[in-house]
Write a protein that binds this ligand. Structure first.
Ligand SMILES: C[S@@+](CC[C@H](N)C(=O)[O-])C[C@H]1O[C@@H](n2cnc3c(N)ncnc32)[C@H](O)[C@@H]1O
Length: 212
Protein backbone atom coordinates (compact mmCIF):
# COMPACT_ATOMS: atom_id res chain seq x y z
CA UNK A 1 0.00 0.00 0.00
CA UNK A 2 1.61 3.27 -1.04
CA UNK A 3 2.02 5.69 1.84
CA UNK A 4 4.26 8.57 2.81
CA UNK A 5 6.03 6.44 5.44
CA UNK A 6 6.73 3.70 2.86
CA UNK A 7 8.12 6.24 0.41
CA UNK A 8 10.48 7.65 3.04
CA UNK A 9 11.55 4.21 4.34
CA UNK A 10 12.00 2.87 0.77
CA UNK A 11 14.43 5.68 0.06
CA UNK A 12 16.25 5.24 3.37
CA UNK A 13 16.40 1.44 3.72
CA UNK A 14 17.61 0.45 0.26
CA UNK A 15 18.41 -2.90 -1.34
CA UNK A 16 22.13 -2.16 -0.92
CA UNK A 17 21.66 -1.63 2.84
CA UNK A 18 19.53 -4.76 3.08
CA UNK A 19 22.15 -6.89 1.29
CA UNK A 20 24.93 -5.53 3.53
CA UNK A 21 22.75 -6.32 6.55
CA UNK A 22 22.18 -9.86 5.29
CA UNK A 23 25.94 -10.39 4.75
CA UNK A 24 26.57 -9.32 8.38
CA UNK A 25 23.82 -11.61 9.63
CA UNK A 26 25.17 -14.60 7.70
CA UNK A 27 28.76 -13.95 8.88
CA UNK A 28 28.20 -12.91 12.48
CA UNK A 29 24.63 -13.89 13.38
CA UNK A 30 22.09 -11.47 14.85
CA UNK A 31 23.24 -7.99 15.91
CA UNK A 32 23.75 -7.48 19.64
CA UNK A 33 20.50 -5.58 20.27
CA UNK A 34 18.58 -8.19 18.27
CA UNK A 35 20.12 -10.91 20.48
CA UNK A 36 18.56 -9.14 23.48
CA UNK A 37 15.11 -9.38 21.87
CA UNK A 38 15.67 -13.05 20.99
CA UNK A 39 16.77 -13.85 24.57
CA UNK A 40 13.78 -11.94 26.00
CA UNK A 41 11.29 -13.78 23.77
CA UNK A 42 12.91 -17.15 24.53
CA UNK A 43 12.70 -16.35 28.27
CA UNK A 44 8.88 -16.48 27.93
CA UNK A 45 9.14 -20.24 27.41
CA UNK A 46 6.65 -20.31 24.53
CA UNK A 47 6.36 -23.07 21.95
CA UNK A 48 4.53 -22.91 18.60
CA UNK A 49 3.94 -19.21 19.16
CA UNK A 50 2.72 -16.70 16.61
CA UNK A 51 5.01 -13.75 16.02
CA UNK A 52 4.37 -10.30 14.58
CA UNK A 53 7.59 -8.51 13.68
CA UNK A 54 7.05 -4.85 12.84
CA UNK A 55 9.80 -3.23 10.75
CA UNK A 56 11.59 -6.56 10.68
CA UNK A 57 14.22 -5.49 8.13
CA UNK A 58 15.90 -8.57 6.66
CA UNK A 59 13.80 -10.78 8.93
CA UNK A 60 16.44 -11.81 11.47
CA UNK A 61 13.91 -12.20 14.29
CA UNK A 62 11.68 -14.67 12.46
CA UNK A 63 14.63 -16.44 10.82
CA UNK A 64 15.82 -17.17 14.37
CA UNK A 65 12.58 -17.72 16.30
CA UNK A 66 11.05 -20.07 13.74
CA UNK A 67 13.82 -22.49 14.76
CA UNK A 68 12.46 -23.06 18.26
CA UNK A 69 9.78 -20.67 19.55
CA UNK A 70 7.46 -19.69 16.72
CA UNK A 71 5.24 -21.66 14.39
CA UNK A 72 4.28 -18.72 12.18
CA UNK A 73 5.26 -15.11 11.70
CA UNK A 74 3.98 -11.93 10.11
CA UNK A 75 6.56 -9.43 8.95
CA UNK A 76 5.27 -5.92 8.21
CA UNK A 77 7.76 -3.50 6.74
CA UNK A 78 7.57 -0.11 5.06
CA UNK A 79 10.71 -0.84 3.00
CA UNK A 80 10.11 -3.00 -0.08
CA UNK A 81 13.86 -3.62 -0.47
CA UNK A 82 14.19 -5.06 3.05
CA UNK A 83 11.09 -7.20 2.54
CA UNK A 84 12.49 -8.59 -0.73
CA UNK A 85 15.76 -9.60 0.93
CA UNK A 86 13.87 -11.03 3.94
CA UNK A 87 11.66 -13.11 1.62
CA UNK A 88 14.64 -14.48 -0.30
CA UNK A 89 16.40 -15.43 2.93
CA UNK A 90 13.25 -17.10 4.28
CA UNK A 91 13.08 -19.14 1.04
CA UNK A 92 16.74 -20.13 1.38
CA UNK A 93 16.14 -21.23 4.98
CA UNK A 94 13.05 -23.20 3.95
CA UNK A 95 10.51 -21.45 6.15
CA UNK A 96 8.96 -19.05 3.63
CA UNK A 97 5.57 -20.77 3.94
CA UNK A 98 5.46 -19.90 7.65
CA UNK A 99 5.93 -16.16 7.13
CA UNK A 100 3.43 -13.65 5.81
CA UNK A 101 5.19 -10.61 4.34
CA UNK A 102 3.31 -7.31 4.20
CA UNK A 103 4.59 -4.13 2.63
CA UNK A 104 2.94 -1.28 4.55
CA UNK A 105 3.13 1.31 7.24
CA UNK A 106 2.13 -0.90 10.16
CA UNK A 107 -0.17 1.75 11.63
CA UNK A 108 -2.21 1.70 8.40
CA UNK A 109 -2.77 -2.07 8.35
CA UNK A 110 -2.73 -3.08 12.03
CA UNK A 111 -6.54 -3.07 12.20
CA UNK A 112 -6.70 -5.80 9.53
CA UNK A 113 -4.11 -8.08 11.14
CA UNK A 114 -4.83 -10.92 13.58
CA UNK A 115 -3.32 -10.86 17.06
CA UNK A 116 0.00 -12.60 17.68
CA UNK A 117 1.41 -14.07 20.90
CA UNK A 118 4.51 -11.87 20.67
CA UNK A 119 5.10 -8.57 18.89
CA UNK A 120 8.65 -7.34 18.25
CA UNK A 121 9.99 -4.01 17.03
CA UNK A 122 13.78 -3.94 16.73
CA UNK A 123 15.10 -0.39 16.15
CA UNK A 124 11.77 0.74 14.69
CA UNK A 125 10.24 3.30 17.10
CA UNK A 126 13.27 5.53 16.49
CA UNK A 127 12.39 5.69 12.75
CA UNK A 128 8.79 6.68 13.30
CA UNK A 129 7.58 10.13 14.41
CA UNK A 130 4.37 9.04 16.14
CA UNK A 131 5.47 6.49 18.75
CA UNK A 132 2.03 6.61 20.41
CA UNK A 133 0.23 5.44 17.29
CA UNK A 134 2.90 2.81 16.56
CA UNK A 135 3.05 1.32 20.09
CA UNK A 136 -0.71 1.49 20.57
CA UNK A 137 -1.21 -0.47 17.34
CA UNK A 138 1.55 -2.93 18.36
CA UNK A 139 0.05 -3.51 21.81
CA UNK A 140 -3.42 -4.05 20.36
CA UNK A 141 -1.95 -6.95 18.36
CA UNK A 142 -0.05 -8.54 21.25
CA UNK A 143 -1.70 -11.41 23.10
CA UNK A 144 1.17 -12.08 25.52
CA UNK A 145 4.20 -9.82 25.15
CA UNK A 146 6.03 -7.08 23.30
CA UNK A 147 9.81 -6.84 23.05
CA UNK A 148 11.39 -3.80 21.45
CA UNK A 149 14.61 -1.86 21.20
CA UNK A 150 15.08 1.91 21.09
CA UNK A 151 18.00 4.30 21.57
CA UNK A 152 19.00 5.05 25.17
CA UNK A 153 18.20 8.47 26.56
CA UNK A 154 21.87 9.32 27.01
CA UNK A 155 23.51 12.69 26.27
CA UNK A 156 25.81 11.21 23.62
CA UNK A 157 22.87 9.61 21.77
CA UNK A 158 20.96 12.92 21.83
CA UNK A 159 24.01 14.66 20.35
CA UNK A 160 24.55 12.08 17.60
CA UNK A 161 20.85 11.99 16.68
CA UNK A 162 20.66 15.80 16.51
CA UNK A 163 23.66 15.77 14.16
CA UNK A 164 22.10 13.02 12.02
CA UNK A 165 18.87 15.03 11.69
CA UNK A 166 20.81 18.19 10.93
CA UNK A 167 22.54 16.45 7.99
CA UNK A 168 19.23 15.00 6.82
CA UNK A 169 17.76 18.54 6.74
CA UNK A 170 20.77 19.86 4.83
CA UNK A 171 20.43 17.03 2.28
CA UNK A 172 16.71 17.75 1.98
CA UNK A 173 15.96 14.16 2.96
CA UNK A 174 12.71 13.83 4.95
CA UNK A 175 13.86 10.78 6.97
CA UNK A 176 14.49 11.63 10.65
CA UNK A 177 15.54 9.66 13.71
CA UNK A 178 13.62 10.05 16.97
CA UNK A 179 14.56 9.70 20.60
CA UNK A 180 11.16 9.11 22.14
CA UNK A 181 10.83 9.51 25.93
CA UNK A 182 11.12 6.09 27.56
CA UNK A 183 8.80 7.05 30.45
CA UNK A 184 6.05 8.05 28.00
CA UNK A 185 6.43 4.82 26.02
CA UNK A 186 6.17 2.90 29.30
CA UNK A 187 3.09 4.87 30.46
CA UNK A 188 1.39 4.16 27.13
CA UNK A 189 2.11 0.42 27.29
CA UNK A 190 1.00 0.27 30.93
CA UNK A 191 -2.29 1.90 29.93
CA UNK A 192 -2.66 -0.81 27.26
CA UNK A 193 -2.36 -3.51 29.95
CA UNK A 194 1.33 -4.37 29.47
CA UNK A 195 3.92 -4.36 32.26
CA UNK A 196 7.68 -4.03 31.88
CA UNK A 197 9.34 -7.23 33.11
CA UNK A 198 12.89 -6.77 31.90
CA UNK A 199 15.24 -4.11 30.55
CA UNK A 200 18.73 -4.61 29.11
CA UNK A 201 21.14 -1.93 27.94
CA UNK A 202 23.96 -1.75 25.45
CA UNK A 203 26.01 1.36 24.67
CA UNK A 204 23.44 2.70 22.19
CA UNK A 205 20.36 0.49 22.47
CA UNK A 206 17.98 -0.45 25.25
CA UNK A 207 15.68 -3.47 25.04
CA UNK A 208 12.46 -3.72 27.05
CA UNK A 209 10.20 -6.74 27.42
CA UNK A 210 6.57 -6.12 28.38
CA UNK A 211 4.07 -8.82 29.36
CA UNK A 212 0.33 -8.72 29.53
C1 LIG B 1 16.52 0.61 11.42
S1 LIG B 1 15.57 -0.49 10.47
C2 LIG B 1 15.58 -1.91 11.54
C3 LIG B 1 15.38 -3.19 10.80
C4 LIG B 1 15.45 -4.44 11.69
N1 LIG B 1 14.37 -4.47 12.64
C5 LIG B 1 16.78 -4.49 12.37
O1 LIG B 1 16.87 -4.17 13.56
O2 LIG B 1 17.75 -4.83 11.70
C6 LIG B 1 13.92 0.10 10.68
C7 LIG B 1 12.91 -0.71 9.89
O3 LIG B 1 11.60 -0.35 10.31
C8 LIG B 1 10.78 -0.16 9.18
N2 LIG B 1 9.70 0.74 9.60
C9 LIG B 1 9.80 1.97 10.18
N3 LIG B 1 8.59 2.46 10.47
C10 LIG B 1 7.68 1.52 10.06
C11 LIG B 1 6.25 1.45 10.09
N4 LIG B 1 5.51 2.43 10.58
N5 LIG B 1 5.67 0.35 9.58
C12 LIG B 1 6.42 -0.66 9.07
N6 LIG B 1 7.77 -0.65 9.03
C13 LIG B 1 8.40 0.43 9.51
C14 LIG B 1 11.73 0.37 8.12
O4 LIG B 1 11.23 0.17 6.82
C15 LIG B 1 12.97 -0.46 8.39
O5 LIG B 1 12.95 -1.70 7.73
Amino acid sequence: MPCNCCEIENNTFTEGDAKANLRDYRCRGPANQTKLILEAVRSLGLKDASLLDVGGGIGTIHHELLKDVAREATHVDASSAYLKVATEEAKRLGHEAQVKFIHADFTDVAGELPQADVVTLDRVVCCYPNFRELLKAASSKSRKAIAFTYPREAWYIKTVMSMMNFFQRVRNDPFRVFLHPVSEMEALLNAEGLKKVSVKQLLIWEMALYRR
